[in-house]
Design a protein around this ligand. Structure first.
Ligand code: ADP
Length: 511
């Protein structure tokens, strides 16, 4: 037998990637392909399901070719899939042909209906059952929209001739010999049709959104046999597809956050902070989402999730809209060239504010500028604003945890010992140090920041015995740790200034 590798397919919002890991969890090759985005109307976002599939097949194929050049005896032992969450695909059960464009998680076409639901008492029923705040972001209203607007789709679906799935299901169906129609529990938990306490599709929610049960996929563990690969490349034929998880849960797993209180934050376009809360589904009082963490065995673990809309995207704004940076990486040196922001704050509420404020009407502001304010101060204020937003989510999470565990006999309330980080903007050392200072806790950045793909690879590798659980939690000797170094009094001063700046953008209410 040749050397073994695990293949992760990371199907993201703008690109599909194939990443190959060796036994030491090291990346040996990455292939990436962007695919077209469609914006048929203002606020609408669609993908062609065939673009999702074909770009995935191409990166799998070329990834394998490159692996073979590097190691002629290479053998892929298992395949894991991680994916953009919430995006909806419908296809014909018999022919496998898509019956509509994929409606992407970002698409706002059902926003009005979902806004109305926020004020309806049924909104609270949804929150209790699914852990999600009623919003167009999740799959349910998108699927309902398709059933109501694609001619003939509802009748066909009621006869059991249509499959619905998130992107993982669509890929699993097409990549497996068995044409498996399944999803994993993390992806199911983002549809708003899945009861996260009973771990099953919820009849009351299906009735509310008028979704025929016959079109739903089977829900499986995240580390489980989904089927055997059937794609054209002969050496991949028969390889088990046995790891599936939504991107953020996959990253939580890839960071080894398997215990209550462990958390990771991904600094991508936005920021996604997930904290493992063990076997307890914490009912958030601070408008965070409760979701299911990747599931390996019979134990179910939950997570709290808070998302920030403008993370690394703030740096893109400095570069593309203002033109004061040539590259995102330049922001680090510029921010470090000044001692502080001269008391100014940027509140990057360009598209409203996410967790824990959830104010869609808030707008961006730069407050507290004085005469000496220069572009370096603006760059620093921008990077600091990312860290402040993450700090707000951490505070909300810790308050939720305190309430959730207050009546337990144990004094062992999970808290955040350190924040594990990944994503493009986590490369910024200034941002990571400032984040540690503002959190008052260490920030740990693994050498491999491709934790999303690593999570899917680990889930698949565990299933086939390529790795054991120690491999998941083993600490990375090459990780960078940023220790908090700021004095408490300075930290409080900065945080109170930030709170005042945020208040100034949300106080205006609906415009
Ligand atoms: P996504 O997966 O959401 O596309 P990535 O994880 O690839 O995002 O991260 C890209 C984001 O990170 C961009 O918004 C970019 O501005 C930001 N970014 C990349 N490098 C740096 C850096 N050195 N400093 C600050 N921001 C950065």
């Amino acid at each position: 037998m040749g050397n073994g590798y695990i293949m992760a397919l990371d199907q993201g919002t703008t690109s599909s990637r194939c990443i190959l890991f060796d036994e030491d969890k090291k990346i040996v090759w990455t292939e990436q392909e962007e695919f077209p985005q469609h914006f048929p109307k203002a606020g609408w976002v669609e993908h062609d399901p065939m673009d999702i599939l074909h770009s995935s097949l191409r990166v799998m194929h070329s990834g394998l070719v490159r692996l073979r050049e590097f190691d002629p005896d290479a053998q892929v032992r298992a395949i894991g899939i991680t994916n953009q969450r919430e995006t909806v695909v419908v296809w014909d059960r018999a022919t496998g042909k898509p019956l509509a464009p994929a409606i992407v998680w970002q698409c706002r076409r059902t926003a009005d209906a979902m806004e109305a639901l926020k004020a309806d008492p049924f909104g609270e029923v949804i929150r209790q059952k699914t852990g999600l705040i009623p919003d167009a972001y999740f799959s349910a209203s998108k699927l309902q929209w398709l059933l109501e607007n694609v001619p003939g789709l509802r009748a066909q679906a009621e006869e059991g001739r249509v499959c619905f799935g998130t992107v993982d299901s669509w890929l699993v169906y097409n990549l497996t010999k068995e044409k498996t129609h399944a999803t994993d529990v993390t992806n199911a938990s983002r549809t708003m049709l899945f009861n996260i306490h009973t771990l099953s599709w919820d009849d009351e929610l299906l009735a509310y959104f008028n979704i025929p049960k016959a079109m739903l996929p089977t829900v499986k563990k995240s580390s489980d046999l989904y089927g055997t690969c059937v794609v054209a490349d002969t050496s991949l034929r028969g390889v088990p597809i046995c790891g599936v998880a939504g991107d953020q849960q996959s990253a939580l797993f890839g960071q080894g956050c398997l215990q209550a209180g462990q958390a990771k934050n991904t600094y991508g376009t936005g920021c996604f902070l997930l904290m493992n809360t063990g076997d307890k589904a914490v009912d958030s009082q601070h408008r965070l989402l409760t979701t299911v963490a990747a599931r390996v065995d019979d134990n179910v673990q939950y997570a709290l999730e808070g998302s920030v809309f403008m993370g690394g995207a703030c740096v893109q704004w400095l570069r593309d809209a203002l033109g004061i940076l040539k590259t995102a990486a330049e922001s680090e040196g510029l921010a470090e060239s000044v001692r502080d922001t001269l008391g100014a704050y940027l509140v990057p509420a360009f598209t409203g504010l996410g967790a824990p404020y959830w104010d869609p009407y808030a707008r961006g502001a730069l407050v507290g500028m004085t005469r000496g304010f220069r572009k370096e101060h603006l760059v620093r204020a921008t990077l600091e604003s990312i860290a402040y937003q993450v700090q707000d989510v951490v505070t909300a999470m810790e308050q939720d945890l305190k309430q959730a565990f207050s009546d337990e006999t144990t004094s062992d309330i999970p808290g955040l010992p350190a924040l594990k980080v990944d994503g493009g903007a986590s490369a910024n050392r200034f941002l990571m140090q400032f984040q540690a200072d503002i959190l008052g806790r260490p920030v740990v950045r693994p050498a491999c920041i491709e934790t999303t793909a690593l999570g899917a690879a680990l889930l698949a590798g565990l299933y086939v015995g390529f790795w054991d659980k120690n491999a998941v939690v083993s600490t990375d000797p090459m990780a960078d740790t940023f220790q908090p170094a700021m004095e408490g009094i300075r930290r409080e001063e900065l945080l109170s200034g930030w709170k005042a700046a945020v208040a100034s953008v949300i106080a205006g209410g609906k415009r």
